[in-house]
Design a protein around this ligand. Structure first.
Ligand code: CAA
Length: 282
């Protein structure tokens, strides 16, 4: 199916990044969130990212302006009815996502693809909530979206071949490399990444080493661009906890139990970079 307009729900760091790379394909984009301050912040994130590319000579200034100009911010859910695909990037809460997809399933004309950027929640279950499981798919981007090449594409039990082919082609046009995964908790990326970040929390909690030392070991010893605790702060500790909970309950295996220190930080509102404090202060 031809995609000329992309809808993105949720203007946080992921949604803003998705809107940016979608607009860079030349398509019109509707970036929707529930409050004007959220969409304004999302547009500011996009502007800041494009400015970095322009400053580095990777993007002509005129093209950056054109990309921004193709993105229409909106607080009206109804605006999404014009989109040929709607990509959801709200918080990792299954019931909120299911409610949103039930609404989108009624709002969007038949044929519109609904995609979720969920980092771990079942695509089959979200697809069922949408009422259009054949046109439903997981499209999992990595943070920061404008820089990271991977998109994990997750088929639910009923996702059609046509939906999958359209989404794989769209991801490639966004400059990404799509990789297909099946619908297991955490898919591939977070099934492997999050237990490592969680283990780093345990190492800190148990006093194996200080946060900086743990991160330095992984950066210098394993060539990771960021240490696991800095990366957890970057992803958001609430998101990390949600993913660990999905792995823990989905596999019913205590090897995925969330570290109590991670839980404590989330309960204290220390969510990482976005709240100014997590394992580090920002
Ligand atoms: N847009 C445009 N440019 C950006 C940018 C953005 N959003 N963010 C950073 N940059 C640019 C910077 O301007 C900088 O450019 P120069 O090198 O020309 O100065 C360059 O990228 C590098 O940035 P920094 O110097 O700030 O820092 P860095 O060298 O550490 O790179 C990073 C930043 C690319 C984020 C790198 O640290 C990295 O790859 N970290 C790991 C990220 C990762 O693992 N992401 C996946 C998380 S998991 C996930 O997202 C899935 C999930 O469901 C949880």
């Amino acid at each position: 199916m031809a995609i000329s307009t992309v809808g993105v729900v949720g203007a946080g760091q992921m949604g803003a990044g998705i809107a940016q790379v979608a607009a860079a394909t030349g398509r019109s984009v509707i970036l929707q969130d529930i409050a004007s301050e959220f969409v304004e912040r999302g547009m500011a994130t996009i502007h800041g990212s494009l400015e970095k590319f322009v400053a580095k000579g990777k993007l002509p200034a005129g093209e950056a302006d054109a990309i921004e100009g193709r993105i229409t911010p909106s607080v009206e859910q109804g605006a999404l009815a014009k989109a040929d695909i709607v990509i959801e990037a709200i918080i990792e809460d299954q019931s909120l996502k299911e409610g949103l997809f039930a609404t989108l399933g009624k709002l969007c004309p038949p044929g519109t693809i609904l995609a979720s950027n969920t980092s771990s929640i079942s695509i089959t279950e979200l697809g069922k909530a949408s009422g259009r499981p054949t046109e439903f798919i997981g499209m999992h981007f990595m943070n920061p979206v404008p820089l990271m090449e991977l998109v994990e594409v997750i088929r639910g039990r009923e996702t059609s071949d046509a939906t999958c082919a359209t989404v794989m082609a769209l991801a490639r046009e966004m400059g990404k490399t799509p990789v297909e995964a099946n619908d297991f908790p955490g898919f591939v990326a977070n099934r492997i990444l999050l237990p490592m970040l969680n283990e780093a929390c345990f190492a800190l909690m148990e006093g194996v080493a200080e946060a900086e030392a743990i991160d330095t070991v992984m950066k210098l010893g394993m060539n990771h661009p960021m240490g696991p605790l800095a990366l957890a702060d970057y992803i958001g500790l609430d998101t990390c906890l949600s993913i660990m909970e999905v792995l823990h309950s989905g596999f019913d295996d205590d090897k995925y139990r969330p570290c109590p220190l991670l839980r404590e930080k989330v309960e204290a509102g220390h969510l990482g970079r976005k709240s100014g404090r997590g394992f580090y202060e920002y």
